[in-house]
Design a protein around this ligand. Structure first.
Ligand code: AMP
Ligand code: ZN
Ligand code: FE
Ligand code: FE
Length: 286
């Protein structure tokens, strides 16, 4: 059985491996399919596709958009979108601008707390997106905290002393944006936002009406119980089930492609997603 990973981050957002290195690792781990889903950017996809040509597994281009819905943050994954779509790129440019201001706001708050992190230290890859993990890694390097978890608990997570709210796109607009660019929108890690899943169930009709096509069912932080309920919700609502590890770096979080202790995503998820992508392409050709 070949496992797959449909949720990963590269140096184009807050991951530590380049798209080429991700593909290399996926090859070594024997994965059957890999998707790149950087936060709020598609800038890594050209490198991803160029480097994927020589690989003997399937690849899908993607994105993970940080959106909001009724004061909560919702992450919307988008698969197989046209990453040169002008409307998509224009909308992303606005989101990226907001991200930039938020990062500056976080650094200001840290400075008020006596922690000086120069902006140059957290600028990642050219054309890439900087996020809180970049700031967390710098706090570790400075010896302010000893790991990523404490950087978030003490400083960066919602409610912590250096937290800054970010201007975001509405979840329904994120879904429509992905659809308009020919992509398949999927709600990322639903149980992370709503452990009971009752709220997710309630908002699904509205998300589906906007074009939502799938739920990220397979995810390391989902319990067995949440996993089962999400599978059920996907079936009941005619949504595809996808999954991935949310890979950011080696030795932190689930390994690329998962493990028996974290999550395993079956190849059938790739097939379902692939069918959706083809159905969309056919509809556009008509
Ligand atoms: P941002 O995009 O700047 O809002 O940062 C969000 C990213 O921070 C997520 O994708 C995770 O990679 C990371 N993150 C969020 N919360 C935590 C946490 N409690 N511990 C470690 N990493 C986290
Ligand atoms: Zn991230
Ligand atoms: Fe996410
Ligand atoms: Fe993610």
């Amino acid at each position: 059985m070949k496992w797959i990973d449909l949720h990963t981050h590269s140096t184009f957002s807050d991951g530590t491996l380049s798209p080429a290195e991700l593909l290399e690792l996926a090859g070594r781990r024997g994965l059957g399919a890999l998707a790149l889903t950087d936060h709020d950017t598609v800038a890594g996809l050209d490198e991803f596709f160029a480097q994927a040509a020589a690989r003997d597994f399937k690849v899908i281009g993607g994105i993970e958009i940080s959106a909001w819905y009724q004061e909560s943050s919702l992450h919307i994954l988008g698969y197989g979108l046209n990453h040169h779509d002008p409307a998509l790129l224009a909308a992303l440019a606005e989101i990226q601008q907001a991200r930039h201001h938020r990062n500056l706001g976080i650094l200001d708050k840290l400075e008020d707390l006596g922690i000086k992190v120069p902006y140059q230290k957290i600028t990642g890859q050219e054309n890439g997106q900087v996020g809180r993990p970049h700031i967390a890694r710098e706090l570790i390097r400075l010896g302010v905290v000893h790991d990523m978890h404490h950087a978030f608990v003490r400083y960066l997570r919602k409610g912590a002393c250096a937290y800054v709210e970010s201007l975001r796109i509405h979840a329904l607009d994120a879904i429509r944006l992905i659809r308009a660019a020919g992509g398949v929108p999927v709600l990322a890690h639903p149980a992370v936002f709503d452990a009971s899943l009752a709220g997710v169930e309630e908002l699904l009709p509205e998300l589906i009406a906007a074009g939502l096509a799938g739920l990220e069912v397979y995810y390391p932080a989902h319990s067995h119980r949440q996993h089962r309920r999400l599978l059920q919700l996907a079936t009941e609502n005619g949504l595809i089930a996808t999954g991935g590890t949310d890979f950011h770096e080696v030795n932190n979080g689930a390994p690329l492609g998962g493990s028996p202790q974290t999550v395993r995503v079956p190849f059938s998820c790739f097939d379902e997603l692939h069918r959706q992508l083809n159905a969309g392409a056919e509809q556009q050709a008509r």
